[in-house]
Design a protein around this ligand. Structure first.
Ligand code: TXA
Ligand code: MG
Length: 312
């Protein structure tokens, strides 16, 4: 059931039920983070491997403090700037966080989503919400209540409808290691924005081990193949036209062209990306083609999602 009833959402969550929640990044599949039974339902509804941990959502940075420890002062300073917002923090957890939430890790990811309905909901709960994206694992994340309804609607109790997720890409996940900020997942807050707000060096994750399982290759998959091409015009002129094009501006046209922006506006492109990937899947074309995107600002996160979607 879809609706805007925050009180109903709160009472269902108190009963240990699953409720999809709107956030500015993507919709989340929320459950009481302290109720291990509710958490295990998240894993089964999403068909998510139990080694892949969940993010905790709070109404404020202060509300998160009992659940994390050893917070470096530079991280608290970033939190003061970016909470609420699309930045998630990997920190050592306290015993209040059940192991099933972190898949056994002694660290937990926390965030304060920037959406009025969900902030209102969280402020009425006396527990944090564990919430992965509200989609079946390895499919495109939902940015509307209808997307959630179509994928997991029948298996959950309620979908709190907060309209379109404006940012449109998942949060940036970061950790402070040896006095440096390491970005574990590119997302709604760009590397440039982080660097402009901290004295610490900001680096992209480049290790070989998978410390954030979301870094596993295939992810965010469309049903049909998605190819990233150097030059769309040349690609389309070559006759391989049985495709839906995701366009960043008006330099390409055609009936199977979906415009993420008309003017190469990166925020607009991010905001429209996941809905466009879903729409492209409904076309009768054989595949999806998209140009390489400028890897600056939120363009890095867009490039990351497109690369993962194109992984065979
Ligand atoms: O924007 C977002 O972050 C959305 C909204 C709903 O808040 N949530 C989201 O959750 O994208 P999810 O579960 O789809 O992606 C979270 C990523 C996963 O790749 C997971 O492996 C990683 O965060 N993660 C969560 N807890 C972790 C932990 N303790 N250690 C390492 N990685 C963790
Ligand atoms: Mg996800």
């Amino acid at each position: 059931m879809i609706g805007k009833d925050v009180a109903l959402a709160a009472s269902l969550l108190q009963e240990g039920k699953l409720v999809a929640i709107p956030t500015e990044t993507v919709y989340g599949l929320g459950a009481n983070a302290l109720d291990t039974h509710a958490i295990s339902s998240i894993y089964s509804v999403k068909n998510r491997p139990t080694f892949n941990p969940l993010i905790l959502h709070f109404s404020s940075w202060e509300a998160a403090q009992p659940y994390v420890q050893d917070v470096p002062k530079e991280i608290a300073e970033l939190a003061a700037i970016f909470c609420p917002g699309s930045l998630s923090f990997l920190l050592p957890k306290t015993d209040l966080v059940p192991d099933i939430v972190t898949a056994g890790s002694d660290k937990v990811v926390v965030r304060v989503p920037n959406h009025p309905l969900t902030l209102d909901l969280l402020s009425h709960l006396d527990f944090p919400l564990a919430a992965p994206s509200a989609n079946v694992s390895n499919t495109v994340s939902p940015t509307t209540a209808e997307h959630v309804e179509l994928s997991i609607g029948p298996n959950i109790s309620y979908i709190l409808d907060g309209g379109n997720s404006n940012v449109g890409l998942e949060s940036t996940i970061m950790e402070c290691v040896n006095g440096e900020i390491i970005i574990l997942r590119e997302g709604g807050v760009s590397k440039e924005e982080l660097a402009a707000n901290t004295e610490l060096a900001v680096k992209s994750y480049s290790g070989n081990t998978i410390s954030t399982p979301g870094q596993l290759g295939k992810h965010y998959a469309t049903r049909k193949p998605l190819v990233i091409v150097k030059d769309l015009k040349t690609y389309l002129a070559s006759g391989k036209v049985d495709c839906t094009v995701l366009a960043f501006d008006e330099s390409v046209e055609g009936e199977n062209c979906i415009y993420l922006s008309r003017s190469y506006d990166l925020n607009e492109i991010a905001s429209n990306l996941f809905a466009a990937m879903r729409l492209a899947d409904t076309h009768t074309t054989s595949h999806i083609a998209v140009a390489q995107i400028k890897e600056e600002g939120i363009g890095r996160a867009i490039a990351d999602r497109l690369r993962r979607a194109s992984t065979k």
